[in-house]
Design a binder for this molecule. Structure first.
Ligand code: NDP
Ligand code: MG
Ligand code: MG
Length: 340
């Protein structure tokens, strides 16, 4: 059972006199930086010279410098540039880390797979909000909380957890609850989830379903509606009330057919495949492959992306989604990039 921390478990004194360097001003970076600033914490944003984000951060009233400049005066360095870029940015700030400083992350990949190896005399912590950054920001402004994960990789000061909780409080996460985990657990479950179930699993499920119907002679438009468009309605029901809420809301026919046929489709082979995917995450095979892919300039990634774009379901979908233009405003938030 994971421990969950709330506002009363965090002490503001653990962060109020500290300076935080937020590296990156994208999804997470803009939200952490603005929430910290509104909580009265001294924040500076670290970005490359000439970076597109610099103007945005300045317009939001924040002080900006290069990653090295802002890390130099900081007690806490929050690393919120894209995961594949973090090792390079870390090299720029490494010599600015002083004993007792903190390296703070929102995902564990680079620490867990040793792509960043911090000195032993700094704290290494994680506060990972469980939503995209724009929701973290909006919830804060609306006096609501955003759940987050907390993990401590290295506790040099003996107060790493207390400070991480205070950071979580300052960005509005302890209002909702901060769940304790480890860098290993967060990284491995995150990678497994996005590969096997969320991004990879669901996309393949949709494509296979679509192709099965189209190959059997049904219209691509019908196949799109049944296999992709309706997915959102079903997922919304699960999100609100779990699997039970979904089963209760669909027809008895859908419930009976779903309960008998679901395991026929996602059978023990699929389960064995999932175990293989998990093993590749656990033994570092996936991480090595992805790091090498980046070092090589992303040749396979570029190809796979293009092939996915070329799938027939995308053309059919673009046409049909135009019919739903009235829904654009409501779904604007959901269209913003989500890192699972
Ligand atoms: P983004 O892709 O949104 O970060 C983009 C930002 O990083 C931009 O401001 C960009 O500036 C800056 N950046 C890019 N390269 C550099 C560089 N070389 N030097 C300095 N700044 C640079 O990242 P996310 O917010 O998605 O992810 C940040 C972290 O948060 C990751 O560890 C991720 O796993 C984690 N996370 C993300 C979630 C999400 O929903 N997005 C959810 C939970 C965790 P420029 O304008 O110059 O391009
Ligand atoms: Mg139906
Ligand atoms: Mg992820």
């Amino acid at each position: 059972e994971a421990t969950i921390y709330y506002d009363e478990d965090a002490q503001r004194s653990q962060i109020e006199d500290k300076t935080v360097a937020v590296l990156g001003y994208g999804s997470q970076g803009h939200a952490h930086a603005q929430n910290l600033a509104d909580s009265g914490i001294d924040v500076r944003v670290g970005l490359k010279e000439g970076s597109a984000s610099r103007e945005a951060a300045r317009e939001d009233g924040l002080e900006v410098g290069t990653p090295k400049e802002v890390a130099a005066g900081a007690d806490i360095v929050s690393v919120l540039v894209p995961d594949t870029i973090q090792p390079t940015v870390y090299e720029q700030i490494e010599e600015e880390l002083e004993p007792g400083n903190t390296l703070q992350f929102a995902h564990g990949f680079n620490i867990h797979y040793n792509q960043i190896n911090p000195p032993e005399d700094v704290d290494v912590t994680m506060i990972a909000p469980k939503t995209p950054g724009h929701l973290l920001r909006r919830n804060y402004e609306n006096d609501q909380g955003t759940p987050a994960l907390l993990a401590i990789y290295q506790d040099a000061t003996g107060e790493a957890k207390e400070e991480a909780l205070a950071y979580g409080q300052a960005i509005g996460c302890t209002r909702a609850g901060v769940v304790e985990t480890t860098f290993r657990e967060e990284t491995e479950t995150d990678l497994f989830g996005e590969q096997a179930v969320l991004c990879g699993g669901i996309a393949s499920l949709i494509k296979q379903g679509y192709e099965t119907l189209v190959d059997a002679g049904y219209s691509p438009q019908m196949a799109y509606f049944e296999c992709l468009n309706e997915m959102k309605l079903i997922v919304d029901l699960m999100y609100e009330d779990g699997l039970g809420g979904m089963w209760d809301s669909v027809s008895d026919t859908a419930e009976y057919g779903g309960l008998t046929q679901g395991d026929v489709v996602i059978d023990e082979h699929a389960r064995e495949n999932m175990e293989e995917v998990l093993e590749a995450v656990q033994d570092g095979t996936f991480a090595r492959e992805w790091i090498a892919e980046n070092q090589a300039g992303r040749p396979s990634y570029t190809q796979l992306r293009q092939a996915e774009k070329n799938h027939e379901i995308e053309a059919v979908g673009a046409e049909l989604r135009a019919l739903f233009a009235w829904a654009d405003e409501e779904t604007e938030d959901e269209q913003e990039k989500v890192t699972a």
